[in-house]
Design a protein around this ligand. Sequence first.
Ligand SMILES: Nc1ncnc2c1ncn2[C@@H]1O[C@H](COP(=O)(O)OP(=O)(O)O)[C@@H](O)[C@H]1O
Ligand SMILES: [Mg+2]
Length: 319
Amino acid sequence: MKEDNAQPLSEEVLKTDAGQAPAKKPKFVKTEKTPVEPFDPEALIEVQHLTKSFGELTVLNDISEKIRQGEKVAVIGPSGSGKSTFLRCLNMLEDPTDGYVFFEGNNLCDLHVDINVQRRRMGMVFQQFNLFNNMNVLKNITLAPVHIGVGELRKAKRKNFFTKIGNVFRGKDKKKPLVPVETSAKQIKAEANENAMRLLARIGLADKAKVYPSTLSGGQRQRIAIVRALAMNPKVMLFDEPTSALDPEMVGEVLELIKELADEGMTMVIVTHEMGFAREVATRVMFMDGGKIVEQGPPSEIFGAPKNDRLKDFLAKVL
Ligand SMILES: Nc1ncnc2c1ncn2[C@@H]1O[C@H](COP(=O)(O)OP(=O)(O)O)[C@@H](O)[C@H]1O
Ligand SMILES: [Mg+2]
């Protein structure tokens, strides 16, 4: 469990002075946040002074970084260096302690920005294939698109309902226009099904649409988790060690699919231990250590001519 790693304040820290009673740990510490800087409109994702702490432990330490459309960024580094936390901060699965994340120019740390709307455009695939085991494959893929499509339809209908009522009382030239509603829940479901079947056919699993995930191999499940993310039409895909939980013979099929997406131009950030894959597919490799991006560059430089000693050390262990 992650919680086990949170370091409690030690008596030493709590004691203000020798002999005095320990000071109470403050419930809420107000910290001044770093001011927002103008974002780069060219960047798909821009991270400014990103810092994340769990209690006393600083896991991400003032990271500023930009990811442009079409880039394939591989994040490498030793265990515990903050790779997963970095990825999770990009789509706000973790709240940054300080700093900001911009996605398509929207500051995700701004409470006025609807994080759910933004997050839909960032597909996330974890180490463990997070499919719902109580739903068949098709339902797994269509669940989110249908939920969102139908939700938006209802919202539009509700809005029109109140506009119509209001229009009764408005003068002839003052009537407000209605939101065009050109679809139905049935149509949304049919389209989502069609799209899901197309995606399943693409990965050669169309015949598995009606089966439950537990009957599939790890490689098949992870490929379905990937197309499930694709069904939301993401602008970027975030992968957190997508092959680490797989039996070795299934790693290839998953990497192959990710490589295909990369070749098609999908922007991606991928935390991986597959150095060969990073070398082949990434346009940029970031090496993280101790909550910082210690070195980064094209794969040829990172793997061929590493400069930082910790990177050299790391590569010596993993290559
Ligand atoms: N929810 C959490 N609570 C406390 N500590 C955490 C939590 N998540 C991660 N950590 C700690 O943050 C550090 C970085 O973790 P992580 O981002 O998962 O590293 P990596 O993915 O590079 O292995 C580790 O020391 C880990 O124990
Ligand atoms: Mg991790």
